[in-house]
Structure formats: C-alpha cells, structure tokens
Design a protein around this ligand. Structure first.
Ligand code: ADP
Length: 258
C-alpha cells in the first residue's frame, strides 16, 4: 500500500542555509538507523538540487512504477533502506528543474501519498535550505498526516545561526515540532596531534538550542574522510561494513537523542 500509513516515525531534516550538511546528516542518520536493524526510508524533497541519489551511489537508478504507486530505490539487498528523489525521475543528472510552486506542491504530495514506503520504522525527509515552496508543501502534507518533529542542522557561524532562527520560526508557524539541533562542521581534529581547530567557531548551535529550550542532539566535526565517502557516493558500499566509518556511526548518538 502506498503512503505513510505503516511508517512509524517521520523526521524531516531542515537547515536555514545550504551547504551546512543537511543531506550529510540525513545520510548518516539513515545508515546509523539501518545498521541498528531498523527499516529506513529517505525522501528527498530538494526538487531543484536532489543530492540523495548521488550520496548513496544510486544516481543511475530509476524509480519503478507499480500499479499501487512508486517503488522506492533500495540501497541494500534486504530492502531495509529505500530512497525516493526527483533525481530518480529525471532523464539526465544535469537536467535543471524549473518549476513554479503548484508543480512542486503536486510533486511533494505525490511523494508522500503515492510511494510504496511499506512498513518503515523511520522516514527521514531531506529538504532544501530555507523556507520555500517545498517546505510549505511538506508542512501541509506531513504535519497534517503526522510527523514526529524536525532535526535542524546548522554550522556554528553566526550567519548560519541567523538563518536557523528563521527556520525555527517557520516550524512554529506551521506547527512542526523540533526534535533538536545538530551543530555540523564543528571543529577539525588534527589526525596527527589530536588538536581541535574551531574553523567555523564552535558552540553556536548549542547556545541556540539552550535559548530556544530545544535538545542539542550532536556536535559533528569536519571529517575529510566523510566528504570523500559522500562525494564518491560510497555510502551504499559501506552498508556491508558500517563500522568502518567512525563519523557516520557517530550519528548513532543522534538516534539515541531522538
Ligand atoms: P546541505 O545538504 O546542507 O546542502 P551537504 O550535506 O550536501 O549540505 O554538505 C555540503 C558539503 O559538505 C558536502 O560536500 C559534504 O560532503 C560536506 N560535509 C558536510 N558535513 C561534513 C563534515 N562533518 N565533515 C566533512 N565534510 C562535510
């Protein structure tokens, strides 16, 4: 059956700005939950810049249309980690999506109602940055259906934190609960001397969480190995040995916090 009826938890991942690691946190969370035995779905509603297919190394896959709806693209043999993204429906990876609001709204509605998610423990929703048509449509369709709450990702700099405030205001206005804040790219630990350099400052996400009385879920450092894995779409390959990547597993702390 298509839709969210058999999905236990729905968790959108939001950020005020682009490039702060929202898709990274979504992917890390998906792998961490998967490696704990859960059935996980990742819905990518970043319609103009879908990055989920590439991160999971599934950019050449296509969605199969069954009589009941769209079948997600599964990353693993057991079919416990399924993905859905506009990237799977485009003719070419370089195709630009130039859509006005109503078309975006219709697409997101279809992603929520017409995908055969089946029996999932968690559906993570990767969103575009900001508070655009996609967010409004997600809020209308998901908040009305049922959503547990959002994970908000920020980097520690003031400019990113300012946009997170707008994101939190958006959540309040559309009645979307916030599970907590993740501070990404929070320092770089030198592999040689173990010294931590706070390239983008540090602590801003935690301070914001305190100010808004929200959970501070995790502080994730800059991890060059992680960039390599994500940029080469190697996440899918890691599923065979998830313990290999310490950074992705660190996101398990996120899972416990949620
Ligand atoms: P967003 O979804 O917010 O636009 P991404 O998750 O695509 O951001 O991340 C932007 C870039 O930064 C990607 O190349 C990603 O691999 C890299 N990145 C994100 N978080 C980290 C991190 N903690 N360590 C190293 N690279 C990171």
């Amino acid at each position: 059956m298509s839709g969210l009826e058999d999905v236990k938890h729905v968790i959108p991942v939001l950020s005020g700005k682009g490039g702060v690691g929202k898709s990274t946190v979504t992917a890390a969370l998906a792998v961490a939950l998967w490696s704990m035995g859960y059935r996980v779905g990742v819905l990518d509603i970043d319609l103009t810049g879908p990055s989920v297919p590439g991160i999971f190394g599934m950019a050449d896959s296509h969605v199969h249309a069954a009589p009941d709806g769209w079948v997600p693209v599964f990353v693993d043999r057991e079919q416990r980690l399924g993905l859905m993204s506009l990237g799977f429906l485009l003719g070419s990876k370089a195709d630009a999506v130039i859509w006005r609001g109503p078309k975006k709204t219709a697409m997101i509605k279809q992603f929520i109602e017409d995908v055969i998610w089946g029996d999932l423990d968690v559906l993570l929703v990767d969103t575009p940055p900001g508070t655009s048509d996609e967010h409004i449509s997600m809020a209308e369709n998901l908040v009305a259906a049922r959503v547990d709450g959002a994970v908000v990702v920020t980097t520690p700099q003031a400019v990113s934190l300012l946009d997170v405030r707008k994101e939190l205001d958006f959540c309040k206005k559309v009645d979307l609960p916030v599970l907590g804040i993740v501070e990404n790219m929070s320092g770089y630990v030198c592999p040689h001397c173990a010294d931590c350099t706070n390239i983008f400052s540090t602590g801003g996400g935690e301070a914001l969480a305190k100010e808004y009385n929200l959970h501070f879920l995790a502080r994730l450092p800059i991890e060059p190995e992680l960039t390599k894995i994500l940029d080469s779409g190697n996440v899918a390959r890691m599923l065979d040995e998830p313990d290999q990547c310490a950074t992705l597993m660190r996101c398990a702390t996120l899972q416990r916090a949620i």
